[in-house]
Design a binder for this molecule. Structure first.
Ligand code: ATP
Ligand code: ZN
Length: 300
């Protein structure tokens, strides 16, 4: 049990689409790691935090079984695991903490170019190949459709060509794999992105402190991605309008300008992208000396 161990364990994908992004995110939280020789384990050098590098499909189970305290995986595998556990009459022992804004994809139904599709009723009595049986089952149930689900552990896209399925239900991002297999996407089943999940098992006070600290830093890293620090000079009379135009800004700092009673300096953190149009609009109501700077770190 992870909770008996004093060090935090985080499960990440060993190699694949999520691996680099997941590690990079933790490194940006200030964690430093040394990889073990077999490349399955990363030892945290500056915090009691270790990484377990595994197949992405195993991550929800490792967190639910309390082998790991945290895990980063696609919402698609998290949802599939949750539904599989529900089918066995069990509840998943993890919760999502943050969506991480990478690994965007969708679980979608596709078919060969010449098949007519006019809505989910077109799936009635059809055979659908997928690795995501529980998620597809739930979708079909919601749509009141009865269809045969053919389980494929990988290479789902070849099922129609093999004549073992009429449709496939698989992950898509750009659609290039579908196109290469002469398949057309007809229906989205589930939208996904990478998320961080946390075990529901209570942790010791010392471990909880570290988990809170990591999650707080992670929240900061996610927030600064879009955030900008904006500085400008403005006439005091335009202050209200200026603040209204600043995208997602919290109460800005207003500083008097030496020797200029009418104008002030305004500093603010904007939590949304600052576009050229915003700067032009600010300028048109009297702002000058506009500066937009990236934010490196933030702690709320
Ligand atoms: P593993 O060996 O870890 O099981 P895998 O082949 O299942 O690897 P990847 O193809 O690396 O996994 O995909 C990992 C995750 O990346 C997916 O579960 C999904 O959340 C996300 N993802 C983003 N875009 C795509 C895509 N086009 N196809 C598949 N997965 C995608
Ligand atoms: Zn996988």
């Amino acid at each position: 049990m992870a909770s008996c161990d004093k060090r935090i364990k985080i499960a990440l994908q060993k190699s694949g689409r999520l691996a680099d992004h997941s590690l990079d995110l933790l490194e940006r939280c200030g964690l430093k790691f040394t990889k073990s020789k077999d490349q399955l384990f990363c030892y945290g050098e500056n915090m009691p935090v270790d990484l377990l590098l595994v197949r992405d499909d195993d991550i929800p189970g490792l967190v639910s079984d309390d082998v790991c305290d945290l895990g980063i995986a696609g919402m698609n595998v998290i949802q599939e695991k949750r539904l599989q556990l529900e089918k066995q009459g069990k509840a998943a022992q993890f919760e999502k903490v943050y969506a991480l804004d990478f690994g965007h994809c969708r679980l979608a139904i596709a078919t060969q170019g010449d098949t007519d599709y006019t809505g989910s009723q077109s799936l009635q009595n059809m055979r659908i190949a997928t690795s995501y049986t529980a998620t597809l089952e739930q979708f079909l149930r919601e749509q009141n459709v009865i269809a045969e689900i053919v389980y494929f552990s990988g290479a789902v896209e070849i099922a129609p060509r093999l004549g073992v399925a009429d449709f496939i239900c698989d992950l898509v991002s750009t659609g290039s794999t579908l196109a290469a297999n002469d398949l057309t996407e007809v229906q989205t089943v589930f939208e996904s992105e990478a998320v961080i999940i946390q075990t529901l098992e209570p942790l010791s006070a010392a471990k909880q402190k570290w988990v809170d600290r990591i999650l707080q830093r992670l929240g900061g890293v996610l927030q600064v991605r879009e955030s900008k620090y904006i500085m400008l000079h403005a006439p005091r009379s335009a202050l209200r309008e200026i603040v209204r135009l600043l995208p997602g800004a919290e109460s800005p700092t207003v500083i008097p300008l030496e020797g200029d009673g009418d104008r002030v300096a305004v500093h603010a953190v904007c939590h949304e992208a600052v576009f050229w149009e915003t700067l032009e609009n600010l300028k048109s109501i009297g702002a000058s000396s506009l500066l937009v700077l990236p934010v490196e770190k933030m702690l709320a």
